[in-house]
Design a binder for this molecule. Sequence first.
Ligand code: SF4
Ligand code: SF4
Length: 141
Amino acid sequence: MLKAFFESFLNLFKRPATVGFPFEEAEFGVECRGGIRFNAEHCTRCLMCEKICPTKAIQFIRSESGEDAYHYNPYLCIFCGECTRSCPKENEALFQSNAPVFSTSDQSVSKSWDAVEIEAERSKKIYKKAKIKSANAQPKE
Ligand code: SF4
Ligand code: SF4
């Protein structure tokens, strides 16, 4: 009892074992499931990652010519890794880093996210309509 009391008293003068992340730097082990990294060069634009994400943290905005712009919201991401597992180019186009990738000072991604989601949906509808229109415009044989 006395020993426990003495140890507790000494602990009052020790540094805490925890760190005040995200306000202080923290070390992450290699097994830590962190933020998602994207490499456009290897992406096939299959959109599997977007479809499978449970929190809609990945969105692609598609241009009429079919080019896709990748958007990722680390504040929505729950770091489940489902997107990377679904990716046919796992570890090339998409991989999970071992650290969170958000900043407490810049949350602009989150603030504009509603607009990104709306635009992602709208752009795909426009692209689909343009495809149907161009298919219908082809001369029938
Ligand atoms: S790790 Fe999970 S929540 Fe985060 S982007 Fe991938 S599928 Fe979505
Ligand atoms: S699943 Fe992979 S290849 Fe498909 S769109 Fe996402 S990052 Fe690109």
